[in-house]
Design a protein around this ligand. Structure first.
Ligand code: ZN
Length: 166
């Protein structure tokens, strides 16, 4: 089922996906005090993204408020996260570099589109490309270079190695 479609050639702007660790999720729960929710007249569910397997993540409510996101953008962001989750599932099941690369490009498109929805400038250097399933590029090195635009690819990575169009 296609929940969300990225228009090819649309002016896109990126933002790193809000992927929360358990600790960050705890902080988020703490941040969402009744007072804050009342202040923004929003419920916790406003920020919640529920994936098909029942797991959840939350959009950053403070960033949502700061950016003054509309409900439409919020909905699109939520759908985009679910779509990306589905793309990750497809990547987990893919068994050849070609398919992996095609889907990885879709993930990139989603991340650009999410930047646009957040109201951020387009910035590919904020993509955590090494987090896609089956990527074998060095995570530590890329975390260190994060934001600089410098990417460290592993030659043997089935996605970012041979055949990857940079
Ligand atoms: Zn890789």
């Amino acid at each position: 089922m296609v929940l969300f479609c990225v228009t090819k050639g649309s002016p896109v702007v990126f933002l790193p996906l809000v992927t929360l660790s358990n600790h960050e999720r705890g902080v988020m729960e703490y941040t969402l005090t009744p007072h804050l929710i009342l202040f923004y007249n929003m419920s916790k569910e406003t920020f919640q993204v529920t994936f098909p397997d029942g797991t959840v993540t939350f959009l950053n409510p403070l960033l949502v408020a700061k950016k003054g996101l509309t409900n439409v953008n919020l909905d699109l962001l939520k759908h985009s996260h679910i779509y990306k989750w589905q793309l990750f599932k497809e990547m987990e099941e893919a068994d050849n570099p070609h398919d992996l690369q095609v889907i990885a490009k879709k993930v990139e498109e989603v991340e650009f589109y999410q930047q646009e929805l957040w109201g951020f400038a387009k910035n590919a250097s904020m993509h955590k490309f090494w987090l896609v399933p089956q990527c074998e590029c060095p995570a530590d090195d890329n975390n260190e270079a994060y934001g600089s635009g410098h990417r460290i690819y592993a030659e043997h990575c089935p996605i970012h190695g041979e055949g990857w169009v940079k």
